[in-house]
Design a protein around this ligand. Structure first.
Ligand code: SF4
Ligand code: SF4
Length: 171
């Protein structure tokens, strides 16, 4: 069996709803990622939860397997991290996304991810909470992982590939 490494990603997920008054009007259309304020950076996250799913990477071929096995701190009902403030201590492998690390890891983030989209010069989708003004619009659009995951707790890493992510959720 090919050697595989596991990784999960924590991006700047919506740890709390960001007050819209802290954001410049349509900042995502005019402000470069590296020049956004912290609240603006946080508000970019659509809350889909896909970055908190485990991926397997074949270290020989680079093949990626996306699974619906979620990090032990992932709350499947809200699609949020259960302890965002302490996540690096509790889950050391959690990778924090910053403007500096984005270039290196964007390739395995979902195509829908706002950070990846802006990084690639694309716009935000119509269902993004910043566009709709509704913090739940990602779930309403069916784009999030709400109710679709299972926890890594109690599963061996070898079992993860038995739970691949549906093709529709990989984009
Ligand atoms: S993948 Fe989804 S939850 Fe993760 S950072 Fe991107 S938009 Fe946020
Ligand atoms: S520690 Fe939190 S933010 Fe990091 S991968 Fe797990 S659930 Fe996501």
């Amino acid at each position: 069996m090919a050697s595989r490494r596991r990784f999960t990603l924590s991006l700047s997920r919506l740890a709390a709803y960001v007050p819209l008054m802290d954001l410049r009007i349509k900042f995502w259309e005019t402000v470069p990622l590296g020049e956004m304020t912290e609240p603006e950076w946080e508000a970019l996250c659509d809350g889909c939860g896909k970055c908190c799913l485990n991926k397997l990477e074949d270290i020989d071929t680079g093949e990626l397997i996306f699974t619906r096995v979620a990090c032990r701190l992932f709350d499947d009902t809200t699609c949020r991290c259960a302890n965002y403030a302490e996540r690096k201590r509790l889950v050391p492998e959690c990778v924090v996304l910053t403007p500096e690390t984005l270039d290196e890891i964007a390739y395995w983030m979902p195509q829908t991810c706002a950070y990846r989209r802006l990084h690639e010069g694309r716009s935000l989708p119509d269902w993004h909470p910043l566009v709709t003004g509704d913090p739940l619009s990602t779930h309403v659009a069916g784009v999030s992982m709400q109710g679709k995951t299972l926890s890594e707790q109690g599963l061996d890493v070898e079992e993860w590939e038995d739970y691949p992510l549906d093709c529709g959720d990989q984009s």
